[in-house]
Write a protein that binds this ligand. Structure first.
Ligand code: PEP
Ligand code: MN
Length: 333
């Protein structure tokens, strides 16, 4: 249920109402907008007398929210959420450019890619240290050493770092990581999501490869209802009937998620297509479609990459693409 308060309500009246709801065993999500405050009531609202609430002098309107996702629902929080990562802002008109290799391979590689993507305009560095690979015989990532190399690259370039966490058991290793990525395979690892909800850290939540938008939002809800509102959603392609492409990039997820939720939504054209030459057109289409940022794989030597070389852009290709993205942003902004 949402309760929209009238503008300029006296603070103490607002607080009294909130306490009253809490006294009924309800959670209260408070969204203070420029003009109005919206109270989102979470829990068993069946016993709340809507007509009585509506009649209060400080209440503008009361509505039942039928969706099962509450904290990430735009009805609970009409304004866009802006996630802050150091000086970088994501959402609410702020566009992020996350770029870097699929996997951190060695110090020279990550530093050289970090420097080149920064020069091209990227504002966050990606790089996998814990890699979820389909085959147990494939490169599994440098793990803790990879995280250390990312920190060195951050020190060299100033770019905040984004990297995937696969297991709660590794959480302590991530205390100095700027953005924790939940990969497609872990989107419904509910124990991990709940744990990340207690960290307060920005979380990049990727859509599961066979998951609906509602399921993605319910996963965001796990993180948010555990206390962490810093969630960035990521469309990275889903399994359909695609044969020549790794996945199908669901671009329509962008406007639909913007309608349903206040969270930023970014797009990963690299994993969506699996083919480097398909990445620029899809990145441009996603930008035109209103996403809040892009996460793109870039490697200094794609043919020799230890993971996902076929979908990785060279630094030069990324620089070229970044210019086009900037131009499209100026048109759609
Ligand atoms: C990745 O970002 O390297 C990755 C493994 O992504 P996804 O979980 O979307 O496959
Ligand atoms: Mn990858």
């Amino acid at each position: 249920m949402i309760v929209v308060l009238k503008p300029n309500v006296a603070q103490e009246k607002e607080e009294r109402l909130i306490e009253w709801f809490k006294g009924m065993g309800l959670g209260v999500h408070i969204s203070t907008g420029e003009y109005q405050t919206v109270l989102g009531l979470i829990g068993d609202t069946a016993k709340v007398d809507m007509e009585m609430i509506d009649s209060l002098d400080i209440v503008d309107s009361v509505k039942r929210v039928s969706e099962t996702f509450k904290c990430c629902n735009r009805k609970f929080h009409p304004e866009d959420t802006v996630v802050s990562i150091g000086d970088v802002r994501v959402g609410g008109g702020n566009f992020c450019m996350i770029a870097g290799p699929c996997s951190v391979e060695n110090e020279d590689q990550i530093i050289s890619v970090a420097k080149s993507v920064k020069a091209a305009g990227a504002n966050l560095l990606r790089g996998g240290a814990f890699k979820p690979r389909t085959s147990p015989y494939d490169f599994q990532g440098l793990k803790a050493e990879g995280l250390e190399l990312l920190k060195i690259a951050r020190k060299e370039t100033g770019l905040p770092i984004v990297t995937e966490i696969m297991s709660i058991a590794d959480l302590d290793l991530f205390s100095d990581i700027d953005v924790l990525q939940v990969g497609t395979r872990n989107m419904q690892n509910f124990d991990l999501l709940k744990e990340l909800g207690q960290t307060g850290k920005p979380i990049l939540l990727k859509r599961g490869l066979a998951n609906t938008l509602k399921e993605l939002l319910m996963s965001a809800e796990y993180i948010m209802s555990s206390g962490n509102e810093n969630v960035i959603l990521c469309e990275r392609g889903i399994r359909t009937f695609s044969d020549y492409l790794r996945n199908t990039l669901d671009l329509s997820a962008i406007p639909m998620l913007h309608e349903l939720s206040h969270l930023p939504i970014i797009v990963d054209p690299s994993h969506a297509t699996g083919i480097a030459r398909m990445v620029p057109p899809m990145a441009m289409a996603a930008t035109a479609g209103g996403c809040d940022g892009l996460i793109i794989e870039v490697h200094n030597d794609p043919p020799h990459a230890l993971c996902d070389g076929a979908q990785s852009l060279t630094p030069e290709e990324y620089a070229e693409l970044a210019k086009k993205i900037k131009a499209i942003r100026e048109v759609v902004a």
